[in-house]
Design a protein around this ligand. Structure first.
Ligand code: CUA
Length: 330
């Protein structure tokens, strides 16, 4: 009987370990092996904490083994408390404290820095409004930055507390209603990085994700330039009819497409929607099938989302999908 109980314990421990390792798979971003100076600083801190933790663990285990082995009853209790309970923790906490302050200073910029932010990100339930103040461009759920340059990001919230977390490039910063926080991001090389909300903010907290795309600096300039001028209205075909559906039906009551009468600010700005990779802040990939599903019944894909189901005919959905796909400034 005892053997069976033990094997059950071992099995559940192995299952927990496997689940833990699965969580570290390629698809989830890791704080270790980051691509930016902030992430590398945090990684160093992580290794310092890990090393100290390991040293303390080994020392305690060794003390237990020695005590058991020698069965000594003549321990000098005063000295033991002084060394193990005062001196050792003081040294460990001092190292951790100094390292933490140094890493924090390196990663986070002063909040009252007078420079204007390169990018402003506002957390909303459950997506990210992204604006580039210099270029006058607004997008959503994707942040495009130049590689190899520090980028100042201003972080705000439109409703509840969110937290901006980009494990591979920088630290985690809360977005607090009524307050502006700042973060400096830097990607060493071009690439795409996954970010997410790290503060529970309601039903779809887990589906509040974003992408950061680091470009070569000149490539970013043309990316922004392409978005400064709104895309021309499609002249014919399903996309042109789709634009009419967009303007006549509920869509334009919440969304903006620059260059059209749709200028509402409730939901994400859709001016460059056709260039985006995902829908609903990372719920699904942006394919025509998923977009049809989203347009008809967004809460079915993302329960709790503000966007209501929309009554449209199959033809209207098809036209709308064609129109939204055409909004690609390249
Ligand atoms: Cu926003 Cu969690």
């Amino acid at each position: 009987m005892r053997g069976a109980a033990w094997s059950r314990h071992i099995l559940s421990a192995a299952t927990a370990l496997a689940a833990g390792l699965a969580a570290c798979s390629d698809s989830s971003p890791s704080t270790l092996g980051g691509d930016g100076s902030g992430a590398q600083r945090i990684e160093t801190l992580w290794w310092v904490l890990f090393g100290l933790g390991l040293a303390v663990f080994v020392a305690v285990m060794a003390a237990i083994v020695i005590a058991w082995w020698t069965r000594r009853g003549s321990l000098d209790v005063n000295r033991f408390v002084l060394v193990g309970g005062v001196a050792l923790p003081a040294v460990v906490l001092a190292i951790v404290g100094v390292e933490t302050v140094r890493a924090t200073n390196a990663v986070f910029e002063e909040e009252d820095d007078p420079r204007e932010a390169d990018v402003v990100v506002v957390g909303e339930q459950w997506w990210w409004r992204v604006t580039y103040p210099d270029a006058g461009v607004e997008t959503a759920n994707e942040i495009h930055i130049p590689a190899g340059e520090p980028v100042t990001v201003e972080l705000r919230s439109a409703d509840v507390i969110h937290s901006f977390w980009l494990p591979e490039l920088a630290g985690k910063v809360d977005m607090i209603p009524g307050q502006t926080n700042r973060l400096v991001l830097e990607a060493d090389r071009p690439g795409t990085y996954r970010g997410m909300c790290a503060e529970y903010c309601g039903l779809q907290h887990a589906n509040m994700r974003f992408l950061v795309v680091a470009h070569e600096p000149e490539e970013l300039a043309s990316w922004l330039e392409a978005r400064r001028t709104p895309p021309p209205s499609p002249s014919s075909g399903p996309a042109a009819q789709g634009e009419q559906v967009f303007l006549d039906e509920a869509c334009s009551g919440c969304h903006t497409v620059e260059g059209t009468p749709a200028q509402a600010q409730v939901g994400p700005n859709l001016t460059d929607f056709g260039a985006r990779r995902e829908l609903g802040a990372g719920v699904v990939e942006r394919t025509p099938e998923n977009l049809s599903h989203w347009v008809r019944d967004a809460p079915d894909l993302k329960p709790g989302v503000l966007m209501p189901p929309i009554e449209l005919t199959d033809e209207q959905v098809e036209q709308l999908v064609a129109y939204l796909g055409s909004l690609d400034p390249g």
